[in-house]
Design a protein around this ligand. Structure first.
Ligand code: FES
Length: 141
């Protein structure tokens, strides 16, 4: 199945639903690893939106990427509560542990504010991270 056919299937799956843009974008991101400019155009045409409107949503949310990145991703919370619990002091060591093999992405709240610093890898959440624990999470990603 081509990317165009995959996207068409996803658009069809959300046909008639209210506010289908975000669910379609999430499906495309999950299936193809990105929402490319070509995908934006196809989605825009199907939803009767301008490509600029779709691109505005894609570029606003950090979850969406324009190019696929096959590296594992560790999402590290850098919002206020995790900052107060010391996340900024362990970022540099996390990035050193990640090197080019793992992508460390900043996110802003994982719902673990009282037990931060927190990180997520896929569906797994990690809390109470110090530099060594975070390096281990990155190593296992
Ligand atoms: S601020 Fe980090 S989990 Fe909420």
């Amino acid at each position: 199945m081509t990317d165009t056919q995959t996207i068409a299937t996803m658009i069809e799956a959300h046909a008639g639903s209210e506010g289908p843009l975000l669910p379609i974008l999430h499906d495309v991101q999950r299936a193809l690893g990105c929402v490319s400019p070509a995908s934006e155009g196809q989605i825009a045409a199907a939803l009767n939106l301008s490509r600029a409107e779709v691109h505005g949503v894609v570029s606003f949310y950090h979850d969406f990427r324009e190019e696929a990145d096959p590296r594992p991703c560790v999402e590290l919370c850098r919002a206020e509560a995790c900052q107060a619990r010391g996340v900024e002091a362990i970022v540099a060591r996390a990035e050193a542990a990640a090197g080019n093999r793992v992508r460390v992405a900043s996110v802003y709240c994982l719902g673990l504010c009282s037990v931060g610093p927190a990180a997520r890898v896929g569906d797994q959440l990690h809390a109470r991270l110090d530099a060594a624990a975070l390096a281990k999470v990155i190593e296992n990603a």
